[in-house]
Design a protein. Structure first.
Length: 415
């Protein structure tokens, strides 16, 4: 009993990784964007560019992590990322220049990828002989992103409302401080976690990329669309004169949705054999993105929108990983996860800047948001064309999460 409790403490400590890498270092920019845009006279393209820079950093960080994890180990990469993130966030507070800001957002993306991918590998080591507890530990790990969203969403809107747009550096320093508080417990948890096995195992089998094309394309479209909502939602609310309290409540609801999502989607993921789960995640996030645009000024529509989006957007990465595990031989899981990670990273690079350009050209932020919503719906239609892979060497696999040596292969269940 004491050992089990100790492992749950480790799981809670590791969950601070996504709280920092996603909740604070990536998503919280959407809370600060309206203040920076007002104070620095940015257009929507420039505002979107900063999240594009962060997404580009994530792509670079993912490639670096996959290249170095066998040499350095997941624990060391996790610790390096968690130590670097407070510095990158403090750097965003220090400079108003867009290009210097871009350097720190890029750096935050690199560090965030190292945290997120390595931490998910370590969380998969907990309770690896007990499938039910193992799945719960992994869900707890990813739920940390929601914790970071709640922590930032409850404070930053009120801070910026009271102090004014020029206080955006203080907002970044607040995020840096929160991430610094997570360093010690996260590092201690990483030191107490068993190390994931190194090496992916090359094998002679090849990844059936052509047979997975509709799933990969749907996932790419999801990545293009989802980050637009998180980047510009608060700016859209501010355009509609939403109060700081409503912004805080809405962002906190997004975080609560992330935490609750695995329990809601468990049965759907278990039953989905083709692209159904991914298609449903794209459909839900697309509908959630379009709802406040269809009913402008409606608080009820906004609340439903953020609740549905929060409950859905972290499920798309889970869906593609579940698809790979169900249909591919174990030796191919690592390559499938790497492929989907790269597809996702490239897609989210395009989204924020593209939406910002559309908004600048048309003169309305709602048009860029609408484009993202339609892209998500297109992603749903594309994903639904994905069929189960055929029998044979790439047929469905039974038995769920393997023991021990596959932990690195499950590194990016959510991005």
């Amino acid at each position: 009993m004491a050992r089990e409790l100790s492992l749950w403490v480790v799981a809670a400590g590791l969950s601070l990784g996504p709280a920092v890498s996603n909740g604070l270092a990536r998503f919280a920019y959407g809370l600060i964007l309206p203040a920076m845009q007002a104070d620095l006279a940015w257009n929507y393209t420039q505002a979107g560019w900063l999240n594009t820079a962060n997404a580009a950093g994530y792509l670079a960080g993912a490639l670096i992590t996959f290249a170095l994890v066998d040499r350095l180990g997941a624990r060391r990469l996790f610790v390096l990322g968690i130590l670097a993130t407070p510095v990158t966030l403090a750097g965003s507070a220090a400079f108003a220049d867009l290009w210097l800001q871009s350097v720190f957002r890029l750096s935050a993306g690199i560090a965030g990828a190292a945290i997120f991918i390595s931490g998910s590998a370590m969380s998969a080591m907990l309770f690896r002989l007990d499938r039910r507890r193992n799945a719960l530990a992994i869900s707890l790990y990813f739920g940390g992103a929601g914790l970071g969203m709640i922590a930032s969403g409850a404070i930053l809107p009120i801070l910026l409302d009271r102090a004014g747009a020029a206080a955006w550096p203080r907002a970044w320093l607040f995020l840096a401080g929160l991430s610094a508080l997570a360093v010690i417990p996260a590092v201690l948890a990483a030191r107490r976690c068993p190390q994931p096995a190194r090496g992916v195992g090359s094998g002679s089998e090849t990844l059936p990329v052509k047979a997975m094309a509709f799933g990969a394309a749907g996932y790419f479209l999801f990545a293009v669309g989802y980050l637009v909502y998180l980047t510009f939602l608060v700016a859209l609310m501010r355009e509609g004169n939403a109060s700081a309290v409503l912004v805080a409540v809405s962002w906190s609801l997004l975080g609560l949705g992330v935490i609750a999502a695995p329990f809601l989607w468990r049965g759907i993921l278990a039953r989905s054999v083709g692209g159904g789960a991914l298609g449903l995640a794209c459909l839900a996030t697309g509908a959630a993105s379009l709802l406040p645009l269809a009913m402008p000024g409606s608080v009820a529509a906004l609340i439903v929108s953020v609740a549905v989006f929060g409950l859905s957007f972290f499920m798309a990465p889970t869906a593609v990983t579940s698809f790979a595990r169900r249909h591919l031989a174990q030796a191919l899981w690592g390559r499938a996860v790497a492929m989907f990670t790269i597809v996702f990273a490239v897609g989210q690079i395009a989204g924020p800047t593209l939406a910002g350009m559309i908004s600048d050209i048309t003169g309305a932020l709602s048009h860029g948001m609408a484009a993202a919503g339609l892209i998500l719906l297109a992603g749903a239609a594309t994903a639904l064309l994905q069929r189960p892979l055929g029998a044979g060497p790439h047929g469905a696999r039974r038995g769920g999460l393997p023991v021990g040596a596959t932990c690195r292969r499950s590194t990016t269940e959510r991005h």
